[in-house]
Design a protein around this ligand. Structure first.
Ligand code: C2E
Ligand code: CA
Ligand code: CA
Length: 451
């Protein structure tokens, strides 16, 4: 009896030992790639810190975020997405040396912990390689999507000595890579940090302002150059401050975009703009249309068509009197998902215009395929028109090209009579700019319309 008990206890211990190991494995590994996860990563960092002092080499936390992974995952399905992540994990692992460990941090984020760094060039070389290992081209619904990596680097002990400090700083640096156009690496520096603190504070204040409808929509007239009359207006958002000043969209739109707040912001502007235009129709100005700007990130979760439809319904504005302004990069970055949403919105009868033309791809194919009703030439080509001949040929060429595609041409940033005269000479249809009016609040626009 005693021996039986003994055997029983013995096997109990082995089972427990075994399952403890399994448990630890499960708790420290990412199930998809079997790479070390965050928990193990914290241990690695602690170990690395404990063996690092100012006489021994440094180590680097290399934060990798894949660009464009989500659309592939969405389009090809999660199984394909998982397989893709496994492949990337394997490719990178194969190439790393004993001082370098790959960790799956979550989603499409990986970290390489590189110890034994004696020279920054070693980190540069590693990151250049990582970018090459991550880059892959996919064809999804006839569009080519490139997966690349945006990388941010924090170095210990200079940038920090805890998991938290290092990760946060590597993350800040990674965002800088994204901001500079992706597919690159950036080292953390304190300037970035100050900026991200500023952005964080901005976001904390922006959120309640958006949710409580404290933003304001201003309107700028678009002038028919032939008749000299207002034919449309562009809605431009402003953020009024308590001291009476305004914050301009270039300052807070990027914050809204990166935080997901852009959907609520966009819905607010659309609703306001449609309601104001519907009001103008109701007092007899039925010719007036309103243009609203869209950002790339408003296409992220497929909610846009519903938001547009709701704004039209709530206001009663005819769809044909609403125009959405897109930049070429939205059309270019298309991965089926965006195209579908645009098609849906088009079917409602909404018009489109291409914004900031001349600064991006200036690709005729996008324009031809997309069939927008207006082309807006970017203001950098317009402001000096009639004074300086530099952009005249280009502007003239854009106007002729747009005409051949049956699009109306809008010149933005018309600030003086010389530019206006030149545009009329070149056959431009519509002008927009400080020459006629800055963007103004509704009640001032009412006055402008009747003057
Ligand atoms: P945008 O779409 O290119 O808007 C035109 C910008 O040019 C506006 O700046 C306008 O005030 C300015 N502008 C107009 N006439 C002149 C002129 O004669 N000279 C000069 N120098 N500038 C002129 P604003 O209002 O600061 O808007 C900046 C950008 O923010 C817009 O550029 C647009 O991309 C974005 N934005 C504005 N409102 C919204 C919005 O509701 N949603 C989204 N997603 N983006 C918005
Ligand atoms: Ca615009
Ligand atoms: Ca523009």
């Amino acid at each position: 009896k005693t021996s039986v008990t003994f055997v029983g206890v013995f096997s109990d211990v082995t089972i427990r030992k075994k399952s403890e190991q399994e448990l630890r494995h499960m708790a420290t590994r990412d199930p998809l790639t079997d790479l070390p996860n965050r928990t193990l990563f914290i241990e690695y960092i602690d170990n690395a810190i404990n063996t690092t002092n100012r006489f021994t080499p440094q180590f680097a936390v290399v934060f990798i975020d894949l660009d464009n992974f989500k659309p592939i995952n969405d389009a090809l399905g999660h199984a394909a997405g998982d397989k893709f992540l496994q492949n990337i994990a394997q490719t990178i692992s194969q190439h790393l040396n004993d001082d370098q460990r790959l960790i799956r941090f979550g989603g499409d984020e990986f970290i390489v912990l590189a110890a034994g760094i004696t020279d920054k060039n070693q980190v540069d070389a590693l990151c250049t390689n990582l970018i090459a290992w991550c880059s892959t081209e996919f064809e999804v619904l006839e569009a080519k999507i490139v997966v690349s990596a945006s990388i941010g680097i924090a170095c210990a002990p200079d940038d920090g000595v805890t998991f938290k400090q290092l990760c946060r700083k590597a993350d800040v640096a990674m965002y800088e890579s994204k901001r500079k156009g992706r597919n690159r690496f950036e080292y953390y520096n304190t300037v970035l940090d100050e900026r991200s603190d500023v952005l964080f504070t901005l976001l904390q204040q922006l959120r309640p302002a958006v949710l409580n409808h404290k933003l304001a929509v201003y309107y700028q007239p678009l002038m028919d150059l032939e008749t000299g009359k207002i034919c449309a207006m562009e809605a431009l958002v402003r953020w009024p401050q308590e001291d009476g000043s305004l914050i301009f969209p270039d300052q807070f739109i990027p914050v809204a975009e990166s935080s997901g707040l852009i959907n609520q912001l966009g819905a607010f502007v659309l609703t306001e703009a449609c309601e104001y235009c519907a009001y103008q129709h109701s007092i007899g100005n039925k010719y007036l249309s309103v243009a609203v700007n869209l950002s790339f990130s408003q296409f992220r979760d497929n909610s846009l068509p519903g938001i547009v439809e709701a704004a039209l319904q709530k206001s009663g504005l005819p769809a044909a009197s609403l125009e959405l302004e897109l930049t070429e990069s939205i059309l270019a970055d298309d991965h089926g998902n965006i195209r579908k949403q645009l098609e849906h919105i088009k079917q409602l009868g909404v018009q489109f215009s291409i914004d900031d033309f001349g600064t991006g791809y200036s690709n005729l194919n996008y324009l031809r395929a997309f069939n927008a009703s207006k082309l807006k030439i970017d203001k950098i080509f317009i402001t000096t028109l009639g004074i300086d001949q530099k952009h005249e040929t280009l502007v003239s060429a854009i106007i002729n090209m747009a005409k051949s595609l049956d699009m109306q041409v809008v010149a933005e940033g018309v600030e003086n009579e010389a530019a206006k005269a030149k545009l009329i000479e070149l056959g431009c249809d519509i002008g927009q700019g400080y020459l006629w009016s800055k963007p103004i609040p509704k009640h001032e626009f009412d006055v402008l319309l009747n003057s």
